[in-house]
Design a protein around this ligand. Sequence first.
Ligand code: ADP
Ligand code: MG
Length: 660
Amino acid sequence: MPALIELSNISRIYRMGDTEVRALDGVDLTVDEGEFIAIVGPSGSGKSTLMYLLGCLDRPSTGTYRLGGVEVSALDDAGLSRLRNREIGYIFQSFNLLPDLSVVENVSLGLVYAGEDAERGRATATALATRFGLGDRLTHTPNELSGGQMQRVAIARGLACKPRLILADEPTGNLDTRTGAEIMAMFRRLNAAGHTVVLVTHDPGVAAQADRAVRIVDGKIVSDERKERSVAIGSGEHEMADVPTPQGDGAIRPADTLRIAVHEGLLAHKMRSALTMLGIVFGIAAVIAMTAITEGGKQRQLEQIRQIGMNAIQVRGLPLEGSRLLAQRRINPDGITPVDLEALRRHVDGIEAAAAWKAVKAEVRLGDNVAEEATPQGVTGDLQAVLDFHVEKGRFLTEGDETTGARVCVLGAEVARQLGAEVGTAVTVGDQLLTVVGVMGRKAYASSDISDIAISDRNRDVYLPFSTLRSYYRKVMRESQMDVIALRMESDDGLVERSQLARRIVADLHRGAEDFTVSVPLEVLRQAQATREVFNLLIIVIAAISLLVGGIGIMNIMLATVTERTREIGIRRAVGAGQRAVLAQFLVEASLLSAVGGIIGLLGGVAGALAVEAVFGFAVAFSPVIAVLAVGISVLIGIVFGLFPAWKAARMDPVEALRT
Ligand code: ADP
Ligand code: MG
């Protein structure tokens, strides 16, 4: 038989401050393939230390360890993990089962880290557990099992990857005599099937059943006795017959990492997970809701500016009353007039189109049909171009209509609809019969929420030539001749300077009367946006703080989790989880926490924004880019803040983790 284990001059020294504990001191030991060997010795003699070294869970301070001809100390973490996974079945005195997992899940733990397909692994674990007499306990958790059953689960787990070497530290120590004997019989059968068995015991009766007994005292081998083999190799029925060898590539599958993170991380502590997510939830919800509201406001204002006309300058009469009105009219009797419009046209350059209008109160009727809230208005200039408005049917008012004072009108789409009027129909406006020469197309309408900008529903307008209005409709005393002069500029360059020029021109014509105002809607929009930008920045800062706090919360909980689950980490390492697998497990757990928090926050933010829209009537607009960004950022937070705890978990020494 070739040597499976070759230890030469192995020492393991623990340093505790100034003192050195030589747990193992110059151990030489060779174990052949197929041996059944008991390690005996008093408590504290170094038996467990030796087992940890043999199990590749610990490294010797000096000396060399060859397992199956491979120098173990030369291997990196991945190499050691593979050995633990495929070559060694480690059975602990205290069973070391994972309490939240079922029997089958515990048995298949090593198979997961072998990268075995989930279905196959489950089948293997079920078959093994059944053969170990656990067929009626497959879905039970360890706390529902007896000591003997737990030990059998532990042994089945150790054997699931068909290791050559079985290491058992006091396997009967926690069991009653009868159960202990059953377990020993099981080891005998496994040995007979070809497995090399090394077990630690302080029970001479147990040691007597092995073929060889090695006695250590104070870290040194003091005796090594061999007997005749009691059983021939390959004889008899045994539990491992036709258990398949795992076919995985030795790396845990991503689906399994995800499953572990979900089941043993998030779902194992639902309340804690939920609370941990809160910071992220609020941070993301705030960002989503606020951006939806500000974005909605922005789009709405843009829409409003579009209705007024981009690059527009407006001169409007001030709403004056009482003595102030009288005072201003004494200086300038007619308010805003077409003369102002002419002067502006002549002296302000860069005007693309100019128009002025005057609304009157008059009923618009066709037979018995009365148009609701229709606004007749006398128009001069190129209103269509100023408002970027188009005629759907017929034509718009012409200069000819204006000079002849033609008895014609153009209807807004809503007025035409309500009256059922067509081009050529005569409609009654006030007490005058006017012929419809055109019907306007529909124009989007959103009421204004910017002060200084008045927007009316253009679909309810009725346009007639200003000269017609003056001839046939009574002028209200002291009213301004025109309501609004609107200039559409060729570009937005110098809008403010030109509006100031317009103000001076009109002020001159009005002889200093303060009866008008000049506004630049685009400027108003820009200022509104600037305010919003500051507001946005504030929201972003608040959200960032919330996300930071959320991230720190995740880190805090993950650190606590890692400490709490130290033993679990040790167990996973013992069955073959590499550092990368442990790192991935906790990193995925942290990322999931924040990702789920981000998604909840996203939904909450959308719901919040819609609620604000419903209750306060703010317009909201959602951007998929921001949604994707929000979830992306939360995942990133999980990764960043989960990295340190996950790194701590991965760096944990397996032996120290198991000793806790
Ligand atoms: P056994 O399993 O034979 O009872 P151990 O191998 O557990 O003995 O321990 C051997 C010696 O090493 C004991 O004196 C123990 O106190 C010491 N020892 C074990 N682990 C550590 C450790 N992590 N730090 C310091 N001393 C340790
Ligand atoms: Mg021990």
